[in-house]
Design a protein around this ligand. Sequence first.
Ligand SMILES: Cc1ncc(COP(=O)(O)O)c(C=O)c1O
Length: 421
Amino acid sequence: MKRRSLIIGGATALGLGWLLRPGETGAGHSPYFRDLSGALDKAGLAKPSLVIDRQRLLANIHTLAGHVQGRFNYRIVAKSLPSVPLLGAVMQATGSDRLMLFHQPFINQVAHHFPRADVLLGKPMPVVAAHNFYRQFNGGDFAPERQLRWLLDTPERVSQYDELARALGQDMLACIELDVGLHRGGVSSDQQLVAMLDLIDQSPRLKFSGFMGYEPHIVKVPLGSAQDYRDTAMAVYQHYVDVARARLGQRWPQDVLLNAGGSPTYQMYNEGSYPFNELAAGSCLVKPTDFDLPTLADHEAACYIATPVLKSLDTLQIPGIDLGAVQSLWDPNRARTFFTYGGYWKALPESPPGLVYNSLFGRSTNQEMLNGSRNIHLQPDDWVFLRPTQSEFVFLQFGDIAVYDNGSIAERWPVFSEQAS
Ligand SMILES: Cc1ncc(COP(=O)(O)O)c(C=O)c1O
């Protein structure tokens, strides 16, 4: 090839490449986030904070109630809303005192703060964790023998709980985990179910109280229709109900608890009849980014991480072989650099729009680098907002939640602690 053709070819490729550069996406805060920034400043906050928008939370509760329509009981998934006052607000607005818990110290806190709650475990606990609950339980009106339903997944675990119940002289409610297609454990054969029911039956202290069958896979598996997966899961659920009813006869509990669902799937049961009698959901009330799903399109984001900007630079510089200039030349959304107070949370930048992490510089829990375009004019002490990808662990990392309500931080809600109560 001639030298001239080579030069022309190279220039054309460069020109084409230039055309493929990412478009500029940066902008200033929307009025919503400007108002929220003002509210945080007015409240004297100046550290990474978890914010819940109370009006949006209430709107999400209203949306949920509109779908469930009282056709099923509603159980609040406490792990996804891990704060006593937050749970209290949801319990009050929904009229439900049914909670699903996944962590032993939080069970103790719930028993202490919500003595009328009906608690179902969302996962099977080591028997020692159950023992620790009773050890740390300091009495009060909460009656574990009527209000606390342990989740058991194997005959071995039934035997362990039977032994504990006998040793403590403590009656216990036992719920059985069903595998309705998620394959995260639980009963997966008739023999296993019957063995567990028989062991519970023979125990002087354990009482069978129902089933839990969680089925988020029905909206997540890439191939096939969610309706078909739902119907298959429900057929499995119904089958185990039939097996247990046949085995227990008169001893099938009158007030049996048959739990299913979660945020991603609860709207799959708006119509039709199903073998369960209660639906669990929690995350959809605050809607972290993992819940940006078609089945939750009518829920709104109600939680944000707010964190102050510490430093604002008009360039992007990377230590060592400085590829910052190349990065920002290629991508106009990397023209500027902001360092935030803290970072590396399970969260995605939300506002101002167009902020991006820089994997070349690396992530930091201390001072996180974010890049943005020249349309972003953040200065030190301004706020950056991120959306958690999930609520359960993220909410616990910031101390008291800042409750945003109609333009101001109206309350602070402590989160669950690792201490028992
Ligand atoms: C057993 C069980 N039920 C329900 C849920 C739903 O929780 P959420 O609505 O917060 O997704 C979960 C979540 O992990 C779960 O493990």
